[in-house]
Design a protein around this ligand. Structure first.
Ligand code: SF4
Length: 293
């Protein structure tokens, strides 16, 4: 593990009205040891050369306290999990995320967390406390097939474990959602996978799901993805190259059909395809989404 001293920890979000209404993004770690083969954070634009070797920002908690104290409004959502999973394997020992959540609770800010890890269940007590203001968690699941998930997201808990995590969070009143992204072309873009994901989420009590039927690929992240495809799925990288060339956005050829099906199966299960946020109460988000169908 490496360490670094950060200049600031809360980065203002350019588009706070986007998914989850996040106003400030917080990353306590750089890099991620969950090692999803498709992770965009490996691409050159983020400048993280040794992506798998997690770096901890040693002064992050001190900065967080200082920066929160200077905010005039306490109604801005703090989000974490965009560049690195906040429940990276390191977190078990270091507890940076847990301590950051305690500070956010102390200052009474709304919070949103995106993760693939069931380690978040360690922090149910603090999440319950944060829920008095607002706590939302999105768990990312791209396939209902545990064996496939193990190949694509090698150090994440199985998809089955992630559905259990969602059910536990739902029970304590955290606003839960599932992100189905990226749904990889040729590997995960079958109707049966979409149906199973949504139905399992519904059984776990999830109220909100978003899906992206495709993946973005660029520079060294694309190279890494193709190397991993060659190891686990012989011949598939050639298929990607033939179909997408050097394109950044690689959309499933079944995108339109799958999107219709996704909306239908969500609607049947009473699930909203809009994401919740502190500004958009859960009941309104569900109602508006169903109205749109
Ligand atoms: S958990 Fe998220 S940040 Fe970590 S490797 Fe996977 S996609 Fe990237």
């Amino acid at each position: 593990m490496q360490s670094v001293s950060a200049k600031s920890i809360l980065i203002p979000n350019k588009y706070p009205s986007g998914w989850f209404g996040i106003k400030y993004t917080m990353n306590l770690y750089r890099g991620c040891d969950i090692q999803c083969i498709y992770c965009d954070s490996r691409s050159e634009r983020y400048g993280i050369d040794d992506f798998h070797n997690v770096t901890v920002k040693t002064n992050a908690l001190e900065l967080l306290r200082k920066e929160l104290a200077t905010k005039r409004s306490r109604e801005s959502t703090i989000g974490t999990g965009s560049m690195s999973d906040p429940y990276t394997l390191m977190e078990r020992k270091l507890q940076m995320t847990r301590r950051a959540l305690e500070i956010i609770a102390e200052f009474r800010f709304p919070v949103h967390i995106t993760t693939k890890s069931d380690l978040i269940l360690r922090d149910l007590d603090i999440l319950q406390h944060l829920s008095r203001k607002y706590a939302s968690v999105a768990v990312s699941i791209t396939t209902a097939d545990d064996e496939l998930a193990r190949k694509l997201e090698p150090h994440a808990p199985s998809s089955t474990e992630r559905f259990k995590t969602l059910a536990e969070l739902e029970k304590i009143g955290v606003v839960t959602s599932m992100t189905m992204m990226p749904i990889l072309p040729f590997l995960e873009d079958q109707s049966e996978n979409i149906d199973r994901l949504v139905e399992k989420a519904a059984a776990a009590g999830v109220k909100h799901i978003i899906a992206v039927f495709g993946v973005t690929l660029r520079d060294r992240q694309r190279d890494y993805f193709f190397r991993k495809l060659d190891e686990g799925f012989p011949g598939l990288s050639e298929r990607y190259k033939r179909k997408f060339g050097n394109a950044y956005e690689c959309r499933s050829e079944r995108e339109d059909e799958l999107m219709i099906r996704f909306h239908e199966v969500c609607s049947r299960n009473g699930i909203s395809t809009r994401m919740p946020s502190y500004q958009m109460p859960v009941s309104n988000a569900v109602q508006m989404s169903l109205f749109d169908e």
